[in-house]
Write a protein that binds this ligand. Sequence first.
Ligand SMILES: NC(=O)c1ccc[n+]([C@@H]2O[C@H](COP(=O)([O-])OP(=O)(O)OC[C@H]3O[C@@H](n4cnc5c(N)ncnc54)[C@H](OP(=O)(O)O)[C@@H]3O)[C@@H](O)[C@H]2O)c1
Length: 270
Amino acid sequence: MSTRGAGAQARVLMIGASGRMGRAIVRVAAERPDVRICGAVVSAGSADLGRDAGELAGIGRIDVPLRADLAAALAECDVAVDFSSPAAAAANLAACVAAARPLLIGTTGLGTELAADIERAARHIALLVAPNTSLGVTLLLELVKRASQALPDDFDIEIVEAHHRRKKDAPSGTALALGRAAAQGRGQNFGEVAVTDRNGARRSGDIGFAVVRGGDIVGDHTVVFAGSGEQVQLMHRATDRNVFARGALAAAAWLCGRASGQYHMRDIIL
Ligand SMILES: NC(=O)c1ccc[n+]([C@@H]2O[C@H](COP(=O)([O-])OP(=O)(O)OC[C@H]3O[C@@H](n4cnc5c(N)ncnc54)[C@H](OP(=O)(O)O)[C@@H]3O)[C@@H](O)[C@H]2O)c1
């Protein structure tokens, strides 16, 4: 549990500090009075070990060197923020439980085998797993659930997402979360209706996914409710990676001092 007092700055440990998101979070943190980057972790084989996190993020020296010793870094922070890789997620989670530090996992593409670890970890620490930390997407998830509840079942649900050419997972974690929200609204079992491999005809009740990859697209998500003679589309477009960084830091500050349990981005805005 954090020892941070009310109104104090949350000391944030950035896991994945040399990455695109890690650098954005370090930059945005410098603009916020409620958080301070106090540690920066990368993999043991990183080419950036020892470099200053602020210099790497383009904001000048902040005297936080990139290191690989996660346990030591956790001892000096109030909350950890992980935007690294699915392969590192289980070890990062276990380290936060061992250090009794709240954790925001922003990494996407997590394997289903991590679900049990996440559930167990949330008995010991405040934990928030957010495939999309944008506040706009958080609202979109609620709107999609509401729309799928309200519209008749003969409105077919399709989810279209687009991201930059370097993105590794497909469909995006956000697209899957939107699909889950839509299935939940209709009382469907997501695993039974999600179709990510489009071969052959559409079955009634399916939630279909389409993926676009290219250029520097930050992240577009559209949920289509296609009925007969009318269509409803709910869309979110991120044009700046900083929206994820701002939401992640808001969530990190919010997590400090919370009781153990699994939290969601909607807990922050609703
Ligand atoms: N939740 C959201 O809103 C949101 C938004 C955008 C992206 N994401 C997700 O966030 C993740 C990172 O995205 P990105 O674009 O920043 O990727 P990236 O540029 O490839 O950065 C990955 C970072 O993770 C570090 N890393 C790799 N293995 C590690 C380990 N074992 N321990 C500690 N650090 C390790 C890398 O450092 P070294 O290679 O230097 O070790 C690098 O700093 C992805 O899963 C992405 O899909 C989530």
